[in-house]
Design a protein around this ligand. Structure first.
Ligand code: FVH
Length: 300
């Protein structure tokens, strides 16, 4: 360390897959001492060359530092990797993707073992890690005190967004945003399928498609406003009735282009069901209530 350098928090990183390795590297580059462990030891070799200390076991890695970050394949791998490891006094930050229920159970599991716990949901792919302008961030939930204590260190690989003391919330936000992403991927897939057999340049089409998706993104705010206020009808621009009337055009076009409508059909079926329940003058916010099978929160 240079004489003026501030001592950086030491980090233990369990799991050196594509994401774990990227996280460890970001901390190393920022000057944090990093101890790493991976089930398959050869994966640690490159990071050792970059300054990481390699532990021979998960237990040794956990014993090395108070702050222990875990990024493994899934919840079961966390169980397997941490079996019998002493977590007393550790600050455990679990960035392994899982369900909200798994996160809550993992928090209880960590507390029983004398550890503090934060769960995280990574909204980034490995090349975005350690690149401040890339827009990646991590949702955190669980102990607010633990988050505040390590906020600076956790902010090195990607932005941080704390979403509540319920340890399941980071996973819930993560899965909710990724679910929206898959809806978008489904739409993109269908759109390209429609033009696939035509003399249309996919790159030129992609530019139009991307701009259109960005233009439609504020729908998320409009839906939030309606769900919050219960007002599903004021200033509706595109009524559900009008939209359902248009669905045969989409289905016929798919058929004429030789494209399966399997990605569109379930959403159209939900729209028709909402219409049948009398929501013709509304926009699409009522579909949220149908999905949750609860009484619409719309004002009567
Ligand atoms: N990569 C991505 O794009 C996404 C971005 C958003 C967040 N995800 C989640 O991050 C977790 C780790 O993902 P990853 O990309 O690092 O995954 P892999 O490269 O496949 O590495 C998996 C690591 O898990 C280890 N592992 C698997 N099973 C076990 C086990 N039973 N015991 C101990 N370790 C285990 C594996 O070890 P090895 O195969 O090298 O021995 C890797 O270290 C994940 O939750 C994503 O959903 C990534």
């Amino acid at each position: 360390m240079t004489p003026n350098a501030v001592e950086q928090t030491s980090v233990t990183m369990l799991g050196l897959g594509a994401m774990g390795a990227a996280l460890a590297r970001a901390w190393l580059v920022a000057g944090h001492p990093v101890t790493v462990w991976n089930r398959t030891p050869t994966r640690a070799t490159v990071l050792a060359g970059e300054g990481a200390r390699v532990a021979a076991s998960a237990a040794e890695a956990v014993a090395a530092n108070t702050l222990v970050v875990v990024c493994l394949l899934h919840d079961t791998s966390v169980d397997e990797a941490m079996a019998g490891v002493d977590l007393t006094g550790r600050d455990l930050v679990n960035l392994t993707t899982g369900t909200p229920a798994q996160a809550r159970a993992r928090a209880a599991w960590a507390h029983e073992r004398g550890a503090r716990y934060l769960d995280g949901g990574i909204m980034a792919v490995p090349p975005m890690i350690g690149v401040p302008d890339a827009g990646g961030f991590v949702f955190y939930s669980g102990s607010r005190e633990l988050f505040d204590r390590h906020r600076e260190t956790l902010g090195v690989p990607a932005g941080t967004t704390f979403v509540g003391e319920d340890p399941g919330f980071a996973a819930l936000y993560d899965v909710a945003l990724l679910s929206a992403m898959y809806g978008m991927f489904a739409g993109i897939t269908h759109a390209f399928a429609l033009i696939r057999e035509e003399d249309i340049d996919p790159a030129a089409f992609a530019a139009l498609l991307a701009d259109w998706l960005v233009a439609m993104a504020p729908t998320a705010h409009q839906t939030a406003d309606r769900l919050r206020s219960g007002d599903y009808t004021t200033d509706v621009v595109s009524t559900l009735g009008m939209q359902v009337a248009g669905t045969p055009t989409f289905l016929r076009t798919a058929e004429q282009q030789g494209v399966s409508a399997e990605l569109l059909s379930p959403y159209f079926a939900l729209m028709r069901r909402c219409l049948a329940e009398g929501a013709g003058e509304e926009d699409l916010a009522g579909l949220v209530d149908l999905l949750t099978r609860r009484t619409p929160s719309r004002a009567s």
